[in-house]
Design a protein. Structure first.
Ligand code: GUN
Ligand code: FE
Length: 468
């Protein structure tokens, strides 16, 4: 079992056994067991379970269990556009690619095809929790919630709110703030009907971003948050054109973050996607309000938005998680997002100017410091994401009392003659020769792994994906 102990450290539990009860809760962790029969004996004695009642999954040599990934920002309807963005940047991308696709998913059979595939595909990549944007369409949004529940993915599902006529096209917007709020409540009620305790699936209040929303809609959603305690998600400071628009549309606020704060949306349950260009003062405001940031490195590169500074956000005391932001980003995989977070942090490092003279050494140290390690990006992908969505006591690691949201990862073992068999192909690109340390194996997985390495996925103890 491999999981993040802290932001900087992975913990490796060798020869361990984890017992999960019928509710999907981890009830015991045994260390240093010689084999499965000893593990069973110890667990059964402790828990009073009998052989007939339990299923056993054993990680074979070279395999390991890892916590399921948390995608803190993903657009389910945009799955149909993954990889399609040309040379666009945010505002023209929305107009050209995104709004037409999203509007077309009011066709329910079409929505079912796209959403089913999106949920299955993200599960196959080890995403056990996803924070989704859906569309304006209530029936299709409710269908996404139904699919998450039936396919077994832990999810936050947001009906996208957009009622301002400035940039929302006529064919894809709410008539006014009342409609936004009414439609949002319909989705909240629907989800309450299918999952009364919001145990697996929860609604999330989703003002698309400030330029899409009237002041009334934002204030109304904030009021709904105060009434219900539901989480909130939106976008912030992704793109310079977007920021200009916000300055023009909301002259009453000092900054983009201040717009959300003014209308009550900066809360400890708010997840802000991107935050590429936020100022020092905005980061301090976000930290003071306890709001979280979803770092979306793949998207920020694809749409040429810019490199977000995770180390700096952490310095400010902000909780950060990872988002694929598909299809701003081309990939539905959080492993890919983690890898790109590591790469983008190196671009941030390369952008630090090293002056001649006395300040050179300090700048060189800073260049080193801003780079994210393998351990840090895998923390972002699991526990970091869990903190962003308020589930840090439930998911993100292997601890007694947490729920079994996990993936079984398998790296292909190179045979003595180094041959490439058909079986190896099915195991992906990661070749383990056998002499690598576990730290090195995890680094290989991060940089070369993909869904072929994810053999099984569980959410709350339920097997939700299996790869042959
Ligand atoms: N800002 C407003 N809408 C969107 C969206 O769908 N994707 C991204 N990346 N940014 C947005
Ligand atoms: Fe987004």
């Amino acid at each position: 079992f491999v999981h993040s102990r802290t932001q900087q450290h992975l913990e490796f539990l060798h020869n361990a056994a984890v017992a999960v009860d019928e509710q999907g809760k981890i009830v015991s962790i045994e260390r240093d067991v010689a084999d499965v029969s000893e593990a069973k004996e110890r667990l059964f004695k402790q828990l009073g379970w009998s052989e007939a009642e339990v299923d056993v999954t054993e990680a074979a040599e070279g395999q390991f269990f890892f916590p399921g990934f948390v995608d803190t920002h993903i657009h389910a309807p945009q799955y149909a556009n993954a990889g399609i963005f040309g040379k666009s940047s945010l505002l023209d991308w929305l107009e050209t690619y995104t709004f037409p696709l999203e509007a077309s998913l009011s066709d329910l059979p079409k929505a079912r095809r796209v959403y089913s595939r999106c949920v299955r595909r993200t599960l196959s990549h080890g995403t056990t929790t996803a924070t989704y944007y859906a569309t304006l369409d209530v029936a299709a949004t409710n269908l996404l919630a139904d699919l998450c529940l039936s396919l077994g993915q832990r999810a936050f599902v947001g009906r996208a709110c957009m009622d301002d006529p400035e940039i929302n096209p006529e064919y894809y917007r709410d008539a006014d703030a009342d409609e936004t709020l009414r439609a949002t409540r319909q989705t909240v009620d629907h989800v309450r009907g299918i999952d009364p305790g919001f145990d697996l699936v929860s609604p999330i209040l989703t003002p698309r971003f400030a330029p899409s929303c009237t002041r009334e809609a934002m204030a109304g959603l904030a009021q709904l948050h105060r009434e219900t305690g539901l989480p909130i998600q939106t976008h912030i400071s992704e793109n310079l054109g977007e920021m200009q628009l916000v300055r023009r549309m909301f002259p009453e606020a000092d900054s983009y973050a201040a717009v959300y704060d003014k209308y009550g949306l900066l809360t400890p349950k708010t997840v802000l996607a991107h935050a590429v260009h936020i100022s020092d003062a905005e980061a301090s405001l976000i930290a003071a309000k306890g709001s979280k940031i979803s770092h979306c490195p793949c998207s920020n590169t694809c749409l040429t938005s810019g490199p977000a500074r995770v180390r700096w956000m952490w310095d400010k005391g902000i909780d950060v998680g990872l988002g694929t932001d598909m299809s701003g980003g081309y990939s539905p995989s959080i492993l890919e997002a983690a890898r790109q977070a590591a790469l983008v942090s190196r671009h941030v490092a390369m952008g630090i100017h090293v002056p001649q003279g006395d300040d050179a050494a300090a700048a060189e140290r800073e260049k080193e410091r801003v780079k994210l390690t393998v351990e840090e990006v895998l923390y972002l992908a699991t526990r970091g994401g869990a903190r962003c969505v308020g589930l840090q006591d439930k998911i993100g690691g292997f601890e007694i009392g947490m729920e079994w949201d996990a993936q079984l990862v398998s790296l292909s073992q190179v045979s003595d003659d180094g041959g490439l068999e058909e079986q190896d192909d099915n195991d992906g690109f990661v070749d383990v020769f056998g002499w690598e340390s576990w730290d090195d194996r995890i680094a290989k997985w991060l940089y070369n792994g993909d869904d072929r390495n994810t053999k099984r996925v569980w959410v709350k103890g339920r097997l939700v994906h299996r790869r042959n």
